[in-house]
Design a protein around this ligand. Structure first.
Ligand code: CMC
Length: 393
């Protein structure tokens, strides 16, 4: 076995070669397949970016049209899936429901279990996931309200369909301000991939055992759930609400975050890789301002967010440790303004991250990567004499 390098949290260990996403944490650069995130967020739609990530090139008009049509045609989910929803307690966390339902797709499409799939079969899974995830997410939302589900419409765009299934009612379609639709595209694009983060590494790791794509992505959803990863956007709003309910004193919480005897951290601040600024946060901050202005949102929680942001950016503790607001500091604020409950925020992150997970899973398979199997440095007991139970003290 030889010498083992120890790197807890894999801070300096590359697990794979990848041609999908590049990021430079010092310079605040993020590209997908070589295209700057700023250009993609400004000029592309979410499905265009999904295609780019998964297949490596921006689609032509015709290719994109077919991709969108294929997805539209598969947005329905099997009616038997309603039985899953019936079994969940009404207050179940949406992330638990999402991972369960995405994993369950493998039961409805058992051909996915074959590890030696043709490209055509693999593409079917890709289309299925992109098509069915918005529908599953909307059913989770409707379940939480006790409302009947709204089915996807064939004549709607991807984001319009999703928002209508979430906020529309049966026989009562909803239309949305273009600023809202644009912000949703941007949010999903900015979350679409982020190289070998915790959930993506999970997807690749699970897939490396030849587990199917639905099972691998279901595992990624569970990894994303935690508050140090995708769960941060929910944690941000809950933190801001807690500060508001505690008298609105942002400085008090800043002091708590700096106190090494207090486990409290400022949610939405800091990033494993970005140590100067998060380029996604820059773009989303602007979209956030646009949405709030357009919707005329007045929210005391937003004032606290602004105060916290200003205070942290000028505080030596945060400056020394290069802690800046990350994408999730702002995404939760937008989602809240759009009318999503805070426990839906991480599910929205998952919807955005889906093309990245798919692209990374596909790359891992296309490269025929070996099964992921880290080693360890053993620090336990040396060989001991076995003691029969009657003689144990
Ligand atoms: N509040 C207060 N102190 C912090 C924070 C924070 N949010 N983040 C890091 N620190 C301190 C930490 O205590 C440590 O201080 P010291 O050197 O004195 O011991 C120093 O900064 C370095 O922190 P670390 O934990 O070694 O950094 P990491 O790279 O392991 O963790 C992180 C990165 C994102 C998990 C962490 O910054 C954090 O917990 N942030 C809050 C949760 C959050 O917003 N997560 C979303 C990340 S962006 C979306 C995503 O990719 O999922």
């Amino acid at each position: 076995s030889g010498y083992i390098t120890l790197d807890p949290g894999f801070k300096n260990t590359g697990s794979t070669k990848s041609a999908i996403t590049f990021l430079d944490g010092e310079k605040g650069v993020l590209t997908y397949r070589g295209y700057a995130i700023e250009d993609l967020a400004d000029k592309s739609t979410f499905l265009e970016v999904a295609y780019l990530l998964i297949y490596g090139e921006l689609p032509t008009k015709d290719v994109l049209e077919k991709f969108r049509a294929d997805i539209r045609s598969q947005m329905m989910i099997h009616e038997d899936m309603k039985n899953f929803f019936a079994g969940f307690p009404s207050k179940s966390h949406p992330m638990g429901q999402l991972s369960c339902l995405v994993g369950a797709l493998s039961a409805f499409y058992p051909e996915s279990l074959n590890p030696n799939q043709t490209d055509e079969e693999e593409n079917k899974m890709i289309i299925n996931l992109l098509a069915k995830m918005p529908t599953i997410v909307s059913w989770i939302q409707k379940k939480s309200l006790g409302h009947p589900v709204v089915y996807p419409k064939n004549n709607f765009g991807y984001i319009e369909n999703f928002l209508n299934m979430i906020f529309g009612e049966v026989n009562q379609e909803k239309t949305f301000d273009p600023v809202v639709i644009d912000a949703m595209h941007k949010l999903l694009i900015l979350h679409a991939d982020h190289e070998q983060n915790c959930s993506t590494s999970t997807v690749r790791m699970v897939g490396s055992s030849n587990a199917n794509m639905y099972a691998s992505i279901s595992a990624g959803i569970n990894a994303l759930w935690g508050p140090l990863h995708g769960g941060a956007n929910q944690a941000v709003i809950e933190m801001l609400e807690a500060i508001k309910n505690d008298g609105g004193d942002a400085d008090k919480y800043l002091a708590k975050a700096k106190d090494k005897n207090d486990p409290f951290r400022l949610m939405g601040f800091g990033h494993r890789v970005y140590k100067n600024f998060d380029p996604r946060a820059k773009i989303i901050k602007k979209a956030c301002d646009d949405v709030l202005e357009k919707l005329g949102v007045q929210d005391p929680v937003l004032d606290i967010a602004k105060r916290l942001e200003e205070a942290a950016l000028s505080d030596q503790y945060f400056i020394d440790r290069k802690l800046y607001p990350n994408v999730d500091f702002y995404s939760g604020i937008i989602y809240r303004a759009l009318g999503f409950n805070s426990d839906m925020f991480t599910v929205l992150f998952a919807l955005g991250r889906l093309p990245g997970w798919i692209a990374q899973w596909k790359e891992m398979r296309d490269n025929k990567e070996p099964i992921g199997r880290p080693r360890q440095v053993y620090i336990g007991e040396n060989l001991r004499q076995y003691v029969p139970i009657a003689d144990r003290k």
